[in-house]
Design a binder for this molecule. Sequence first.
Ligand SMILES: Nc1ncnc2c1ncn2[C@@H]1O[C@H](COP(=O)(O)OP(=O)(O)OP(=O)(O)O)[C@@H](O)[C@H]1O
Ligand SMILES: Cc1cn([C@H]2C[C@H](O)[C@@H](COP(=O)(O)O)O2)c(=O)[nH]c1=O
Length: 676
Amino acid sequence: MTRTGALPPHAAEPTGVWSSKPFRRLWLAVSLSGLGLWLSVPALAASAAAAADGGPAAQARSAGLVLAVMALPAVLLAPLAGTAAARLDARVLLTAADALRFALVLSVPLVGAAPWTVVAAFLVALLALPWTAVPDAAVPALIGADRQDDELRGRARRAVLRAAFGAAPVAAVLFTVLALIARAADLADLPLYATAVVFLGAAASVALLRDLRGSGAPGTAPWPLLLVVGGGAAPRGLFLAAAAAALTTAAIAAVAVGHAREMGGGAAGFGSVLIGLTVGLAAGIFLGPRVLGPFSRARLLGLAVVAAALLLIVVALVRDLVVVVFVTSFMSVAAGMAWSTAAGLAGEPTDEQAAAPARLRAVALVTGLVAVAVLPPLAAALGDNAIGSYELAGTGAALLIAAVPALLAGVLAYRRLDDRRGIPLLPDLLAALRGEVYTPPSRGAERAAAPRNRGVFIAFEGGEGAGKTTQARLAAIWLRDHGYDVVTTHEPGATKIGMRLRAMLLDKQNTGLSARAETLLYAADRADHVANVIRPALERGAIVVSDRYVDSSLAYQGYGRRQPVDEIARVNAWATEGLVPDLTVLLEVPPDTGLGRLASPADRMESEPREFHERVREGFRALADADPGRYLVVDASLPQNEISRLVQDRIREILPDPVPAGTEEITSTFPAITDI
Ligand SMILES: Nc1ncnc2c1ncn2[C@@H]1O[C@H](COP(=O)(O)OP(=O)(O)OP(=O)(O)O)[C@@H](O)[C@H]1O
Ligand SMILES: Cc1cn([C@H]2C[C@H](O)[C@@H](COP(=O)(O)O)O2)c(=O)[nH]c1=O
């Protein structure tokens, strides 16, 4: 351990996450431990349910008690475990935790007493806490990333997180298979034995991880309950939505044992519902940021929660296990999408704004705990009821009751968060399905009635050193030669205020500028640029040639900084009053080539790591692919004169009353721009 208590740096290659052997071993240990935990949940719950006297509702109550005690440590004791983890040797702590979990799970069938099952379940979950803090803190040393290498550390941490949570669907499938074998072989406790073996494997794999030394945790984890009451600031609708999404999934997990038994399914039926739940959630979390790009994220969040709540009602009422499994998976996709969208809207957990995402997680955790604690006893208390010829099971009734607040919270979240008020939802959604942003007819008419710009607006875009300035200048010279009124301009810094903003934005001394502030400063520069330079020039009929415009913000702040691209587009649409170039020339060059062309010392943006510039390049390409009619994409490694020839040919097409290149060569004249 170093004097600061940090893990000693390891001499691993800092080139990539997976090239570090210690990291790969840590990843394996986390995967095994996660698998053990996620397998222990249904194994212990099913064991408690099987031991319960009474019908499905009583079984759901016993299983629910196990689930509730397993959720308790994360809600009530996480910070204490963090403090303990900060003082103990990481490898010893994790090895001991999983060796103990092996013994605890093994003891459940051996002791065979319901109270012990509950105690063991609590301890198994308690011993999972060091696994949430230690691997995360250990990552930088294991991959050899220094403090500056945020990108690499971020990738490694995400891989660890995926290993821990990605184990959930695998565990659900494994549990179902084990339950089927257990029934066929009359070995009811097989899932528990298998869980114990997985914990033993996790303990062995971490014991062999000699590079994991020193204390592993930072020691100051926030209390989830305090976060719920007074955590990070974010719109309240966001927390409502997160709570509702957590409620729908936790409700199903809470009563799944009894609900499956109601429909004639045993432990394997319970496992099938869990497969639907976990696979659906994983799919939804993956899809959330990727679907319906042009659609408002706030609207998507509200709709996803409402959809999840409505599908929960279907799960409550349907009495066929296969249908329940399918509807559960669709419901979980919606809940997963809601979760990842809410997390996206809460923002990246940066140093200055770590509290909002943490509060979101705390809200979900506490809601989940309340659901698993309340719904199973509620199902048992309600019992089965006949409504005419329809039999409503106690578990179904409990799910119906849970669906009501989830639905209300979804509607409320939609109304509170809606950032496109006044725009009808259905056409907005249909346009997004077609990949377009919906513009209401009235606004379209307003635009049509407004005096049209008479000039032409051309933007040059691309990464560092792509040749934008060179090509913008050559295009302007060519246009002026042919009698056009041309205004050449650039971003950031084309106005008096803009020059100050540019100095702030590009000064390397300005460290720690948040991504949102950066986005807004570029947008502020652009608003001033459009109002004072571009629009007046267009109105008098000039051709405006700008070195960078909105796409730079989408590519750098959106793709580069990993901020939501659609939100940045909206901020910029407002800043520019919707002014879009007639043509965008994208000069496409690998970052290494472009950066290699620059002679002056790197500024704040140019100093970003290579991966950042790669993402920017990807971003520009994605923007051009999405709207090919407006772009000319040119290979910027071509000689300058070849590029300008391609650019001239394309510009010719968008000029009013274009004259073919051949005519121009014959007559040596070029059409003057006229009123249009
Ligand atoms: N096609 C080209 N091939 C080789 N070098 C080029 C080419 N185009 C421009 N250059 C050179 O690359 C350097 C950067 O060019 P330029 O300033 O036009 O790029 P830029 O994209 O505007 O850069 P920045 O990102 O700094 O704004 C200059 O020295 C320029 O002469
Ligand atoms: C308009 C705009 C620019 N940037 C970045 C891109 C460059 O690194 C600098 C501008 O420098 P240049 O030499 O004048 O090209 O700023 C950005 O990140 N976002 C934007 O919107």
